[in-house]
Design a protein around this ligand. Structure first.
Ligand code: NDP
Length: 282
């Protein structure tokens, strides 16, 4: 079997196009553009690329991007002060703080100041909690994108075994909750999991999110599985997933490539969340 490749770029373009239309409508209805603020502290090269991509996506989707580039020496209090200012700004609907923050800054403390109504990354405890409760919320972008990619296959995952490898607050845990909401039977694995292959080889849906280059090889994957590769591992300027694509593509039924799979979806879902935040605030 050779897997069908899930085209994340194409699906992301569809999500952004729908969001762009809603953004135009918003302007007609309320007389201003939807606004997204992005705070970048320091000059991490990967973060700069992510911020640039988010800005480009905003431009494509009729959303005003407000970029705040702060020097690495900025204090935690100064960052929080800026967040509070943006929280109160009626022209800004979404706010994200690009991670990671410099080592001396307490990320959790900073993120807790982002207004849950503007928390388009879905990282605030209120949004994370609502996701647990199954309530409508601004949900984390990467796992939301993962769900859209799974949806694009047309496969009903009800009762299927979904195995999420990785339990971070931004990918693994919310992805597991979203899969559960869709009635999959969910297993979450992590670095302390014993006999990992026992789980991965039983997965009808495998979400690989560990940050280890080409870790999941074809022999670890159940024939016919849907494989979602979240990993973004940079080596010598090249991007690698967590899945060893050449062997996995021979076994899976659907698979996401890296690049061009989950990555573009994360940005698209950020745009969708920003539009959602704007309309919810009305
Ligand atoms: P974290 O480092 O926060 O979490 C990694 C998780 O993987 C942890 O739960 C860890 O377990 C687990 N893990 C690590 N090694 C193993 C192993 N050998 N076996 C089983 N589990 C393991 O990473 P993130 O969740 O933030 O990101 C994961 C990957 O996804 C990275 O490559 C990141 O770059 C990428 N990413 C991609 C995005 C995109 O838009 N495409 C967005 C966000 C992330 P434990 O908890 O026990 O330490």
């Amino acid at each position: 079997m050779t897997a069908e490749i899930i085209d994340g770029k194409k699906i992301a373009a569809q999500v952004k196009s729908a969001a762009a239309q809603k953004a135009v409508m918003y302007r007609q209805l309320y007389g201003r553009q939807i606004g997204l603020a992005v705070i970048l502290v320091g000059s991490d090269p990967a973060s700069e690329i992510y911020v640039r991509n988010k800005k480009i996506a905003c431009e494509q989707c009729n959303i005003a991007a407000f970029e705040y580039n702060l020097p690495a020496e900025t204090s935690q209090d100064e960052i929080i002060e800026l967040i509070e200012k943006i929280n109160a700004d009626k022209n800004i609907d979404g706010l994200l703080v690009q991670l990671p923050l410099p080592k001396n800054i307490d990320e959790k403390a900073v993120l807790s100041h982002v207004s849950p109504q503007k928390d388009v990354d879905g990282f605030h405890a209120v949004n994370a909690g609502n996701l647990v409760l199954g309530n409508d919320c601004l949900a984390a972008c990467t796992p939301s994108g993962i769900m859209r990619l799974i949806d694009s296959t047309g496969v009903d995952i009800t009762g299927k075994h979904a195995v999420v490898v990785g339990r971070s607050n931004i990918v693994g845990k919310p992805a597991a909750l979203m899969l559960l909401k869709r009635n999959a039977t969910v297993t979450v694995c992590h670095s302390k999991t014993k006999e990992l292959t026992r789980y991965t080889s039983d997965a009808d849906v495998l979400v690989a999110a560990i940050g280890k280059k080409e870790f999941f090889t074809g022999d670890m994957i159940k024939p016919g599985a849907i494989v979602i590769d979240v990993g973004m591992n940079r080596e010598n300027g090249k991007l690698y997933g967590d899945v060893h694509f050449p062997s996995a593509v021979q076994v899976a039924s659907y698979i996401t490539p890296v690049p061009g799979g989950v990555g573009p979806m994360t940005v698209a879902m950020l745009i969708e969340n920003t539009v959602k935040a704007a309309y919810r605030a009305k």
